[in-house]
Write a protein that binds this ligand. Structure first.
Ligand code: ADE
Length: 232
């Protein structure tokens, strides 16, 4: 998979992709993440990429021209399955969306800033608009990192134990069951006996039961809409 991220603050994305699972996924050649500085596509001496909003009002708007130049430059090199804009008014990111995007080959993720991007960018180039939740961040960079992480960890070979992404919360519309590690007894708090039993069938049954209980208690909405809701 190849992911191009367009931002006017590339520094904000250095850390998320420079460590741990995301860094190893790139080192293993399972995904290529390239961050593009929008300022490199500015035509002004000051490398500016934003301007006042027509009609007035507070806040600057990311201009269409640098974004158009950047996207069209990238499109000369590959065909994109989706050109995604991170925005609080987009469709809310859910596991099903991450699953579907993990099957794509080439993605562009555009990070908004200030008051957002010129509406014509959305009309002309964007194929999908995604929000990571009902709150407003200072820019789309952290949201882009969240989206990319949710996708990349699903790619075959990225996680050591390939089954572990399948047992994540939200796969099958269930929250994950509780997990324990050593010691078996911490100040009288004991690990459930079944997990020490070595009986794979009983352990699996216990985990499924706990996942159901936890979901019913914390997120009953997931159980209600479960059938066929996974792949949006
Ligand atoms: N940019 C600012 N806030 C955001 C959000 N909640 N989701 C995606 N992009 C954003």
């Amino acid at each position: 998979m190849h992911i191009d991220i367009i931002t006017c603050l590339p520094e904000l994305l250095e850390s998320p992709f420079g460590h741990s699972i995301l860094q190893r996924a790139q080192a293993k050649g399972l995904v290529e993440v390239v961050v593009h500085n929008l300022r490199d596509y500015s035509s002004s001496k000051q490398r500016s990429v934003d301007d006042y909003a027509y009609g007035g009002g507070a806040g600057m708007v990311l201009q269409i021209e640098p974004i158009a130049r950047c996207i069209e430059h990238l499109q000369e090199q590959r065909t994109y399955d989706e050109i995604i804009y991170m925005t609080p008014d987009g469709a809310r990111l859910e596991q099903g969306m991450a699953n579907a995007l993990s099957l794509k080959k080439n993605l562009i993720i555009l990070c908004g800033h200030y008051k957002g991007v010129d509406e014509r960018v959305r009309e002309k180039y964007i194929t999908k608009e995604i929000s990571i939740g009902d709150y407003v961040l200072s820019g789309g960079e952290l949201a882009a990192a969240v989206l990319a992480d949710s996708i990349i960890r699903l790619l075959p070979g990225v996680l050591n134990d390939e089954t572990s992404a399948l047992s994540d919360s939200f796969q099958d519309n269930l929250l994950a069951p509780p997990v324990y590690s050593r010691p078996a007894d911490f100040q009288g708090m004991k690990v459930p006996d079944v997990l020490l039993s070595g009986h794979a069938g009983k352990i699996e049954e216990w985990r499924h039961q706990k996942a159901l209980e936890r979901t019913a208690h914390r997120r009953p909405d997931l159980l209600k809409g479960s059938e066929g809701e996974n792949e949006k």
